[in-house]
Design a binder for this molecule. Structure first.
Ligand code: TRP
Ligand code: SF4
Length: 407
């Protein structure tokens, strides 16, 4: 069971490796979701440039250009710097400090058993990934998440194990360092600071949960704590932990938020991915978009216009699943199977839909590319906000570990 800190449930964090210009797969799989989340939650989105180095340490030159291209594409897709905090991982050294501290308490076996560790080594055979950084990469991701005390992490299926590791590490951290000397006495003092009425209510709810396992009482008590304005963050952490009989909750456990996006097909029917060379990039010139779609393969059984086809064997159909309404899909199904429509005819609505989708994105991308200074300012501003949030956590973390010296 995870425990929630004030404001934590409402904070979303996600990162993306700088891989250069983004394509429709990123748009449908990630960015549309970010755009939606930014209006519902407090969002932090960052460029995971250190993560890129864990696999691409041999070709650092690609990172720098990729960072700015990617940020322009985020902005073009509608990620709004007034609504979300956009920043670059390596500009916030607090991630690294927390990573080092977490590395002290993380058993090697936890990292070795993360599925992506072996999978990626197999997939990226041409790279030497038997490095310390590569093994530690999921823990770096844990630090990315925990440093902002994020409650929700929107990720794809492949990253769920990393969030799970993050939860385990947070639990271990809280267990080891949440038990400060005089903890119970401090918690009791904190209760009194809430005022008579709230203190009484908190005690009753805590007893109901501790003695009868009343979960509703637990939830009510948490909500009560969230509302408290006149106790410090440290006291809140104590009281959240005290509710469950544990210590202070310094690093709350995040939840993975699975993105339910339809799989974006590539031009060849496989998943859209730069490594398959089957992408339509967000800044692809319209003529090129049209050409790529016109020449993309269809059901190989349709050699002649008069041969009937099967949409299930055709990558164009996957595009209809994303872009077409029921009526159009019905038109494709019937027309294809009876050879009433030709493949170019079938592709035309897709061409129109993709071009219409890309138009506003490309207009915004053009604006931002003409004004690199504006993009840098957006990031500078985000870095500053991220820095503040990260420092607040780090101060608590250092103190808990016995590194809270001043001077
Ligand atoms: N590991 C993620 C990826 O490769 C990127 C990432 C880094 C991330 N840190 C994160 C995602 C924190 C979510 C939260 O795609
Ligand atoms: Fe594919 Fe459409 Fe041609 Fe059928 S008609 S094979 S679905 S492109």
């Amino acid at each position: 069971m995870s425990t929630v800190l004030p404001g934590q449930t409402m904070r979303v964090l996600s990162g993306m490796r700088p891989t250069g210009r983004l394509h429709l797969g990123h748009y449908h799989g990630v960015l549309k979701n970010w755009v939606k989340l930014q209006s519902q939650y407090e969002c932090f989105f960052f460029v995971a440039d250190w993560h890129a180095l864990t696999t691409h340490y041999e070709d650092p030159h690609i990172i720098e250009e990729s960072v700015w291209d990617m940020v322009v594409d985020w902005l073009a897709a509608g990620v709004d710097p007034n609504n979300a905090t956009l920043f670059i991982q390596s500009r916030i050294p607090a991630h690294a400090e927390l990573h080092v501290l977490l590395s002290m308490i993380t058993p090697l076996s936890w990292l070795e058993r993360v599925p992506s560790y072996k999978d990626q080594q197999l997939q990226l055979k041409d790279r030497d990934l038997s490095t310390y950084g590569f093994l530690g990469y999921p823990l770096l991701q844990s630090a990315d998440i925990l440093i902002y005390r994020a409650g929700m992490v929107p990720v794809g299926e492949d990253q769920v194990a990393h969030v799970e590791l993050t939860r385990e590490v947070a639990r271990r951290f809280n267990h080891l360092y949440g038990r400060e000397p005089g903890y119970e006495q401090r918690a009791e003092e904190a209760i009194r600071k809430m005022g008579k009425k709230n203190a009484k209510l908190y005690r009753e709810l805590r007893t109901a949960y501790m003695e009868q396992g009343d979960r509703e009482a637990l939830e009510t008590a948490r909500a009560l704590l969230e509302r408290q304005k006149n106790i410090t963050l440290g006291d809140k952490e104590r009281l959240f932990g005290y509710l469950e009989g544990g210590g202070k909750i310094i690093l709350p456990e995040p939840q993975a938020m699975l993105t339910h996006a339809p799989k974006m097909p590539g031009l060849d029917g496989r998943k859209m991915s730069k490594s398959y060379d089957n992408v339509i990039s967000l800044r692809e010139p319209p003529a090129e978009v049209e050409k790529k779609l016109r020449t993309m393969p269809t059901d190989p059984a349709r050699v002649h216009r008069t041969d009937p086809g099967d949409p299930d064997k055709c990558p164009v159909w996957d595009f209809h699943l994303i872009y077409s309404d029921e009526e159009k899909k019905d038109w494709v199904q019937k027309g294809c199977r009876s050879a009433k429509i030709g493949c170019l005819e079938c592709k035309q609505p897709i061409i129109d839909a993709v071009l219409a989708e890309l138009k506003p994105i490309q207009e915004r991308a053009a604006e931002f590319s003409r004004d690199p200074l504006a993009v840098k300012n957006i990031i500078a501003d985000g870095n500053k906000r991220a820095q503040e949030a990260a420092e607040a956590t780090l101060t608590e973390v250092r103190a808990a570990i016995g590194l809270g010296y001043s001077g």
